[in-house]
Design a protein around this ligand. Structure first.
Ligand code: 13P
Ligand code: SF4
Length: 341
């Protein structure tokens, strides 16, 4: 039997199970095409969190990374959320509850009162970190609403502690003409006067995939096509974002590329699977390497099939559960964001 036949059989089985079970399949744009095409709901992080909440299905199969499945579970505790692969986001892994506490302690040592800080966490963080943020009165943002949420946060008159993505925090600070600095838990007792003068203090996390895009890649494409547009995700380094024509979340990048005339060349700086799906336009990947998110790419059709089958067999596996304390505060932090949207 060829691979294609194998895939065809798998797809037929997945379709049969989907029809017979009380289940919704959700996939982020960075998933492989075969997963993306068979999903019931696709979108960027914010859309997935919102649209999944609107479904009535008992089971959600989330094809993405763990923080996404956790966010769905936290917002919909009555739903059973399964992930075909327990895939982690490299950026979300860079901060834990302890590292969050340590960052606050470093800022306190530098003369900043904890009560004068409003924490905002990018949705790419664990439920534990979202819980810490919620408990301190803070909230969540995604790449599509970060500007709005930070504007809202600044109205409190407090400094923003933005975790875990240094690039997203600094990019928004730059857009808003605000001062920013970076807190690293590896700085130890080193004094840093920049914190006191900053409106936004960013934790030193980053996305290993979006770090692959560089100013050299932009220069390369600008030399090759004098009219090319450069569109990038805000997880890219500020040097890249500051030289792009458009910055936006995955959904916003799709809308931007679709809005361009068919013959307009555009180089896009985000994950490969998504950019590759834009090929019917005059689209290039803004990199000399293949910028794939390794863990997003883990989920295969066979994994999805096995997860559906486990529900049919009455023994669902890879279920997402979040401890009660984190869940309580993470839900508050997520709902604060959704209420602003
Ligand atoms: P979006 O919210 O833009 O989909 O981004 C999620 C993500 O992980 C990007 O790396
Ligand atoms: Fe996380 Fe980066 Fe992968 Fe997005 S692309 S899920 S930020 S590792």
């Amino acid at each position: 039997m060829t691979d294609i036949e194998n895939n065809e059989n798998l797809i037929a089985e997945i379709e049969r199970l989907k029809k017979n079970l009380d289940v919704t399949i959700v996939a982020h744009y960075y998933q492989r095409d075969e997963i993306f095409n068979i999903a019931d709901i696709t979108g960027d992080s914010l859309e997935l969190a919102k649209r999944t909440a609107e479904t009535n299905s008992k089971f959600i199969i989330f094809c993405g990374v763990t923080f996404m499945g956790e966010s769905v579970k936290v917002l919909n505790p009555e739903k059973r959320v399964l992930m075909p692969k327990t895939a982690c986001c490299a950026m979300a892994q860079m901060i834990s509850g302890d590292y969050f506490d340590k960052s606050i302690a470093i800022l306190e040592q530098n003369g900043i009162n904890k009560n004068d800080l409003l924490p905002i966490t990018y949705i790419n963080s664990s439920a534990e970190v979202k819980g810490r943020v919620g408990e301190m009165g803070g909230l969540v943002c995604t790449s599509s609403n970060a500007h709005k949420i930070i504007t809202h946060g600044l109205a409190s008159g407090k400094k923003i502690l933005f975790v875990p993505d240094r690039c997203l925090g600094q990019n928004i600070a730059h857009q808003m003409g605000l001062k920013s600095s970076v807190v690293s838990i590896f700085d130890g007792d080193k004094k840093n006067n920049e914190y006191l003068n900053s409106d936004i203090i960013c934790y030193d996390g980053f996305c290993s995939v979006h770090q692959l895009f560089s100013i050299d890649d932009i220069n390369f494409y600008r030399e090759k096509f004098n009219n090319i547009k450069i569109a990038v995700h805000p997880e890219c380094d500020p040097s890249v974002v500051n030289n792009a024509d458009f910055v936006g979340s995955t959904s916003q990048l799709i809308k931007y590329v679709n809005s361009l005339p068919i013959d307009q060349p555009v180089a896009v700086g985000t994950e490969y699977n998504l950019v590759n799906r834009m090929r019917e336009k005059n689209t290039y990947v803004l990199s000399s390497t293949k910028p794939q998110c390794p863990t997003m790419n883990e989920t295969t059709l066979y994994d999805l099939y096995k997860t559906l089958k486990s529900i049919e067999d009455g023994e669902p596996f890879y279920e997402i559960n979040v401890d009660q304390e984190s869940s309580k505060w993470a839900k508050i932090a997520l709902e604060r964001m959704l209420n602003i949207n």
